[in-house]
Design a protein around this ligand. Structure first.
Ligand SMILES: [Zn+2]
Length: 115
C-alpha cells in the first residue's frame, strides 16, 4: 500500500515539476514576445518613417540636375544628317590620340560646364 502512495506521490511530484517548468518556459516566451513587441513598435515606426522620407527625398534631390544633364546630353549625338548635334561639325570628333569619339564624350567638358 505504501508503495502505491509513493508511486502516486512521485507522479504528482513529476507533474508539478513539469507544470512549474512549463509555466516558467511559457512565462519566459511570453515576456520575450512582449519585449519583442515593445521593441518592434518603435523600430517599425522608425523604419516606416525612413521609407517615407527616402521616397520623398529622392526625386527632390536628384530630379532637376539629372533632367538638365539628360537634356544637354541628348543634344550631343550624331543627327540624321551625320553631323554633331552639339556643334554641327560634319566630321567625326577625335580624341587627342586621333581615335574617333562620340559627340557626348568629346563635348563632356562643355556639357559639364553648362550644368
Ligand atoms: Zn561636336
Amino acid at each position: 500500500m505504501s508503495g502505491i502512495v509513493l508511486r502516486v506521490a512521485q507522479v504528482v511530484g513529476v507533474l508539478v515539476l513539469a507544470g512549474i517548468a512549463i509555466s516558467i518556459v511559457v512565462g519566459f516566451v511570453q515576456s520575450l514576445l512582449g519585449l519583442a513587441l515593445i521593441v518592434s513598435i518603435p523600430l517599425g515606426a522608425w523604419w516606416l518613417y525612413r521609407q517615407v522620407k527616402a521616397r520623398d527625398a529622392r526625386p527632390a534631390v536628384a530630379g532637376r540636375p539629372a533632367g538638365r544633364r539628360a537634356e544637354l546630353e541628348s543634344r550631343a549625338v550624331i543627327d540624321a544628317a551625320g553631323r554633331c548635334g552639339w556643334c554641327g561639325s560634319a566630321s567625326l570628333h577625335k580624341d587627342d590620340f586621333g581615335f574617333p569619339v562620340t559627340p557626348l564624350a568629346y563635348h563632356r567638358a562643355e556639357i559639364d560646364a553648362m550644368l
